[in-house]
Design a protein around this ligand. Structure first.
Ligand SMILES: [Zn+2]
Length: 136
């Protein structure tokens, strides 16, 4: 579980993070709009990107420890935690935030950001088999 840092320490980092998040939000919105994706998934992703704010995306430096994670989602609150400022990673977690499976998240990476997508890991293939797909 993630632990919070002090409020004043968080404040300065949040200002900088907000600027990054807003520029990435515009990028991702444009890329998702022009990508070839199933219609329902595209609609849900575009809505998620439009509604995205510091309330639902948090940078790991605002938290104590990410461990080995690149990013993740706190299921109870649907909050995304970004452990690197990386738009591919944010997009991946956004797919999970609209109930996409691991396969869906990897497929979206490939179709929306083909030059940045990373190949699936052996762990991913285990999840592909176990979870299947919700959208493809
Ligand atoms: Zn994932």
């Amino acid at each position: 579980m993630f632990k919070r840092k002090k409020e004043d320490e968080i404040y300065m980092k949040e200002q900088n993070f907000t600027i990054w998040l807003n520029s990435v939000r515009l990028d991702l919105y444009r890329e998702v709009r022009k990508a070839c994706l199933p219609g329902i998934l595209k609609d849900r992703l575009m809505t998620a990107i439009s509604d995205m704010s510091l309330l639902n995306v948090t940078e790991s430096s605002l938290l104590v420890d990410c461990g080995r994670l690149d990013g993740g989602r706190i299921r109870a609150t649907n909050e995304i935690v970004v452990c690197k400022r990386n738009r591919r990673l944010l997009l991946h977690e956004l797919v999970h935030s609209v109930q996409g499976t691991e396969y869906d998240a990897e497929m979206v990476e490939l179709r929306v950001l083909p030059n940045e997508a990373t190949p699936p890991t052996p762990d991913d293939y285990v999840k592909f088999k176990a979870e299947g797909t919700k959208y493809f």
